[in-house]
Structures are given as C-alpha cells and as structure tokens.
Design a protein around this ligand. Structure first.
Ligand code: F6P
Length: 554
C-alpha cells in the first residue's frame, strides 16, 4: 500500500519552486535567442504524439525542481499503485483501472484475487460481435428491418466520450448508420433527437454505469414510450424493447428491471470511473459506428500512452511533465484556467470532454485522507477549435491581464484535403496550420513597442498594439487524426490529470461534489409540480423562482 498523501507545500522541491518563482522573469525571446537547442531539448515523443513544450514558461532549473517535486510527492509510486489495481480511489474504496481496459489479451492483471484481462476481452468480444451484427444488417428490429440509426442515451462520462469520439472519427464511420446522442433531461434534447426517426430502424443504447441516473432513466423511458407509440398497436411491446434497446452498465439487475434482455446488456466494472469509460462497453455506440478493427486501434492508442506513462523516466515522460507544468502555472503563476485549442474541426467536442475528465477529477478541496488541501487545485479547462476561437476569445489570451496556458493540438494531414481553386490551388490545410503556428509564435514572442513604432504607428495607440508575449503554450502534433491517435490524446490527458491530482494529494476518481444538487432536485421536484408544503420549505429566493415558473407556465 502507498503512503498517505504528502502535503506538497512542505517538500524541499516546493520551497525551491517558491524561490524560483520569486526571481522568475519569463523571457521566451531571449530564452530562444540564447539557446539554439531549446526547441529540441524541450520537445518530446509519446506514441505518435510530437509534443513541443519549448514555448512553455519552462527553464532547466524549473524542470529540475518539478521533477524533484514529482519524486517527493511519490508520483511514480502512486502511478504504480494505480496500474497494479490498488484501491487508490480511497473515498469509494475502489481500484482505478481504466488502463486495464486497453491491455492486450495476452496480458494479465490480478486485482482483488481475479485476473481482470480475460473478463475485459470477453466483454469486448461481446460488444464487437453485437456491433458486427448491427453494422452488417444481421441485427434487425421488430419489423425485420435493419438498423439505420443508433441513439445513445447517457450523460457525463456515458455521453461525452462516445459523442466526442463519434465526431472526431467521422471519416471512419459506417456510411449507412447515423448515431445520435440524448443526454440532457431538458425534453428538447430527446424531442430534437427523436424527430424524424423511423422507429422500425432505430436502436437505443442506454448507457449508464449506475443505471440510476435521473436524466438517463427519464430519457430511456421517454424513448421507450416513443418507440412503442410510433410502432403502433400491432407490435408486441416486450419483443420491441428487446429488439430496439440494449444497455451498458455495471448494474445488470437494474437493466433487466427496465425490460432490457440481459443478453443484450454489456457490463463493465466499478473500477472504471464514468469519465474514464469511453474505452469500456460505454463505447458500444462508437464501436457500432467505427467497427471492431478501428475500435481496437483506438484502444491500442490508449495503451501506447499508458506504457509511455508507466515506463518512461519522468524527465521524458510527457503526461508527467505536462501535469507538473500545470501545477507550476496553477500554484506559482496563479493561472485560473487552461485552454485546449484543437486545430481540427473534428475535435470540436474534445474540450467539453476534457472538462469532465479534468474538473470532475481535480475539483476538490480535501485530500484523499480527508484533510484540507493547502494549495489551489483543479483549474478550469475550456476551449474551442481553432481558427474559430481566434475570432472570439484569443484577444484575452494575447493581451488580457490573466495568464492562460494553452494546449494547441494539430494534425499534419487533413481529413478533407481541399484546395482553393480561386487562390492558385492553395492547400487550405496549410493555411489552417499556418494559423496554429502563428498563434503559438505570437503568444510566445509578442510584439514590442519598437516593432509597433517601426511599422509607423505613433501616439497612444502604440501601447494597445503591443503584445507582451511570454504566454505559454504546448504544441501537440500527430501525423493524422486516426482512432489510435485519438486514444493517445485521451490517455495523455488522463495521465496529466492523474499527475496533478497526486501532487495535490487528492482523490481524482471520486465525484462527491455532484451529489448535493441531485438530492435537492429530487426534493424540490414536488414543489415545482405544485406541492405547496414542499415549496414553503425552500429558501425565499427559490420559493419566488418556483412561483414565477408556476405563474408563467401556460
Ligand atoms: O453525476 C456525475 C456522474 O456520476 C458522472 O461521474 C458520470 O459520468 C455521470 O454522472 C453518469 O453516470 P452514469 O453512467 O452512472 O449514468
């Protein structure tokens, strides 16, 4: 068993970082000018990922101190404990084994007395076999027609991963099967997603680890009613549910209670956190969309980065280095947020996916032993694809008063290689990438007053046109966005998140902070529907809001 959480602020490395901060005057212009080896020294490889950290606010001294911090908080020890299946999710007394989901079939990992690898591959095979049947048209609905639309019903980790990956891997999708995703309990979501669907060719995948999430069960019931109503009277309801509903859950008893055939249920394990589950059977919808070979490549990508994280010395270990840098930004340079900016339209849901991964994991105020943290923890992650963001919020990143570290992600090869015939056949992907390179350059090196004046600008507008530079960025590139590369990117961020959590001594795998709102929603619900006595028990603001709703609802 590992030792208890270390208070990072009491370590010698933290003291050293505090000293470095006191005299810290970032100067990327000089750092690059004086050190021709900087770019290559701070560029790393992990799987297919080419990760350039040279435009980060990183120096050799700082790197030494951050690596010492990793050692003094026991990062490697805790990583090894996670990979070995120790119960490092202390507040829920669970192992944390999303990495086992992508182990090859010939591996072995004994957890709590059982080798989990055969079970993982048995479930994968069941999911793949089902996906094959849907893709080939062998799986038919109650009227004998093949499936044309798959509707994934889930929320949080049971939605964000599958929808993000479905969008990102659009070029790899089955051409004749469309997937839709219902997550929100706002009835608009189900209303819109069900609109225009043919019930006879629609399959619902109800994805819920616990099978008790209000949103998902409500949407599953709505969808079941919709299906039966749309199919009409001549159809056997039990048979229709059997043919048009499958489930993914760790609670297979509850799946059966809902009326879904246990043969059509895909299980997973309590050692897979919701936000770490896209590579489990929670990926069933994705597996239908991209097929078994592509899904296996996706898992292979995760595994490549798991091995990198497990085996590479920390000085070259990309997730560890990026996690440690994030600690530097949050705890020493007061960064409140972190931008993730994919230069890839296909990755447009990646920042949203990362929000759950990072913020549900590290948005904590107590350590895993219940003691209060003594530093800031999880920063706010956000972002949008480039170049759209350039015309929206980049102004603040370039010239605002806050430090916003940003990760840029781009691919050498485009999914759609289009040329602009009216502009001498310009390769549009090259224009796109030029923007990515330009942004990271502008953020790093800025524009001096002398440069502004040399362009002929005078007067008070000069200062408005100056860019300070020294705005840190990571540049992450890969040859192209394939299932394997997507798996690598997700695993990279999983392990960055883990690294930060270890430094802060928190349990990155629980999520107690989502519970209170869920409980209160259940309590308040009768008041919204008109129960006066429940309404009177609410605070005066809530009472007035409910009253406003009841008055205006037509
Ligand atoms: O409420 C938060 C949460 O528990 C997430 O951690 C999880 O991904 C999501 O709800 C959905 O949970 P489930 O898969 O059990 O429906």
């Amino acid at each position: 068993m590992t030792r208890g959480p270390v208070d990072a602020t009491t370590t010698d490395a933290w003291k050293r970082l505090t000293e470095l901060k006191a005299g810290f005057e970032p100067d990327l212009r000089s750092w690059f000018a004086d050190d021709p080896g900087r770019a290559s020294r701070f560029t790393y490889a992990a799987g297919d990922l080419h990760v350039d950290l040279s435009k980060e606010l990183l120096t050799d001294d700082l790197l030494t101190a951050l690596l010492a911090l990793a050692e003094q908080v026991g990062l490697e020890e805790r990583r090894d404990a996670m990979l070995a299946g120790e119960h490092i999710n202390v507040t829920e007394d669970r192992a944390v084994l999303h990495t086992a989901l992508r182990l090859p079939a010939d591996a072995s990992l004994v957890v709590d007395g059982t080798d989990v690898v055969p079970e993982v591959h048995e479930t994968l095979e069941k999911m793949y076999a089902f996906a094959d049947r849907v893709r080939s048209g062998e799986w038919v609905g109650v009227t004998g027609e093949r499936i044309r639309t798959v509707v994934n019903i889930g929320i949080g980790g049971s939605d964000l991963g599958p929808v993000m990956a479905y969008e990102a891997l659009e070029p790899f999708r089955h051409p004749e099967i469309e997937c839709r995703f219902i997550s929100n309990i706002d009835p608009t979501d189900a209303g819109q997603k069900l609109k225009g669907l043919d019930p006879a060719t629609t399959l619902f995948v109800v994805s819920s680890k616990t099978f008790s999430t209000l949103e998902t069960l409500t949407n599953a019931r709505l969808s079941r009613s919709w299906l039966l109503e749309q199919l009409g009277d001549g159809v056997d309801s039990a048979e229709a549910v059997k043919k048009h509903f499958v489930a993914v859950s760790t609670a297979l008893d509850k799946v059966e209670e809902f009326g879904i055939d246990p043969d059509n249920a895909f299980g997973f394990w309590d050692w897979v956190g919701g936000r770490y589950s896209v590579d489990s059977a929670i990926g069933t919808t994705l597996a239908i969309a991209i097929g078994r070979e592509r899904f296996a490549e996706f898992l292979g990508g995760f595994h490549a980065i798991d091995r990198h994280f497990a085996e590479t010395p920390l000085a070259q270990n990309v997730p560890a280095l990026m996690g440690l840098l994030n600690v530097w930004y949050v705890n020493f340079l007061d960064a409140q947020t972190h931008a993730v900016l994919p230069y890839s339209q296909l990755m447009h849901r990646f920042p949203a996916y990362l929000q759950q991964l990072t913020m549900e994991s590290n948005g904590k105020s107590v350590r895993w032993d219940g003691t209060a943290v003594t530093t800031d923890t999880g920063e706010v992650f956000w972002g949008e694809p480039g170049t759209n963001g350039q015309h929206a919020f980049y102004q603040l990143i370039h010239q605002g008063t806050r430090l916003i570290p940003a990760d840029f992600i781009a691919f050498a090869n485009p999914a759609y290689p289009l040329v602009d015939g009216d502009a001498d056949g310009a390769d549009v992907h090259e224009l796109f990438l030029a923007n990515f390179f330009a942004q990271t350059q502008a953020l790093a090196f800025g524009k001096t007053e002398e440069q502004v004046r040399a362009e002929g600008t005078t007067g008070s507008v000069v200062n408005a046109r100056v860019f300070s530079g020294n705005r840190p960025t990571a540049s992450i590139m890969a040859p192209e966005l394939t299932p394997g590369v997507l798996g690598q990117l997700i695993a990279l961020y999983e392990h960055i998140t883990f690294t930060q959590g270890v430094v802060w001594g928190i349990d990155s795998f629980d999520q107690w902070g989502v519970e209170l709102g869920k409980q209160l929603a259940q309590q308040i619900s009768p008041a919204v529907s008109g129960d006066a006595s429940t309404a009177r028990q609410q605070d005066t603001s809530t009472q007035a809001l409910i009253a406003y709703y009841r008055e205006k609802r037509t």
